[in-house]
Design a protein around this ligand. Sequence first.
Ligand code: PMP
Length: 394
Amino acid sequence: MSQPASPAHPPRDFSTLISDRAGAIDVSGIRRAFELGGQLDQPINLSIGQPDFPVPEAIKKATIEAIEKDRNGYTLTRGAPELLDSVAKRLRQDVGWDLSSDDGIMHMITSGTSGALLLAYLAVLNPGDEVIVPDPYFVVYPAIGEMVGAKTVYCETYPDFRMTAERIEGLITDRTRMVLINSPGNPTGVVLSNQELQEIIELCRKRGILLVSDEIYDAFTYEESLEDGRFSTPARFGQDMLLVRGFGKTYGCTGWRMGYAAGPSAVIRQMMKLQQYTFVCAPSMAQVGLAGAFEVDLGEHIRTYQSRRDRVVAAFGDVTDLVQPGGAFYAFVKVPARLGLSSEAFFMRAIDRNVIVIPGHVFSRRDTHFRLSYAAPDEQLDRGLAILRELMGG
Ligand code: PMP
């Protein structure tokens, strides 16, 4: 039997039904670079924001096993008990937080790090409240500000990309509720020092502001940027902050949407309530499968990324200004002023040569740099670096 024809409607203009909130957010510039790159034949893709190694075997197995053992239903909103236990153990060892009772501080599992950040914004910011973020920033930060009606205040960090207490202090007003920091940073790879982080948490404490630390790249911190052999975090200087970390980048499972948050119970309880009515819970099988993740040794991958970082620094050292990235897998490279090009124009020239990077205006109010991701195979990275150097006249 043939389907009945759908009834004809006069054309309608749905754009009149779109919220101001949605209208105020641009489609991600990263997607745009992606789409342009999609039109290239075998591009050299230095734009990817995720590791190029596969999920470690043990984690794959544990996740498949979780599905087979029927761990496919909702978990508690807060998270599956085995993963909550393993995060608590990890944070005790790493930053000395005692998460064994819910007095004072708590932790929860979230749907990606983005999920944790959105819940934090929803829990803390009223319309008109101000949140201070670095510029350059990760693209999600201003977008979620729009979603909750908060005002994003940009902390200018050029040219060294260090978001310091001194730079933050002058931006604080009586509407400031949150300071968001990101070390190692996307898109710059810059790692803040213990001293800088301690000064920031002390400033937030003094001014009654919530410090949120997005530490999604904690595992990707290179040797010279570790202090006492450890990644630096404000969490070692107090528990009066919200710590946000993820599994996606660390274990190469960005599509599993897994993260966690820990901090004051008064904030986490609100985030849990909001998660209940939005994400409901993080993906069940991924939670169970990642419960043993902290045991996995990533040393070899991190050394590979460090050596790629060194190649990037060596490639650009004599042709442009580059702040040496201490972590993550990005470099934020200045388009040499002598070229007289915006980052957008440079990006188009790179596209013409089959190389995809991301223009700096996607991450910043300035248009002077581009983001290069070195989460790409060595051979591609080397070819890409040679072309970009040539475009800079090197
Ligand atoms: N924070 C930063 C700084 C990031 O770069 C990203 C991902 N690119 C996220 C958060 C979001 O990560 P997730 O995939 O865990 O939501």
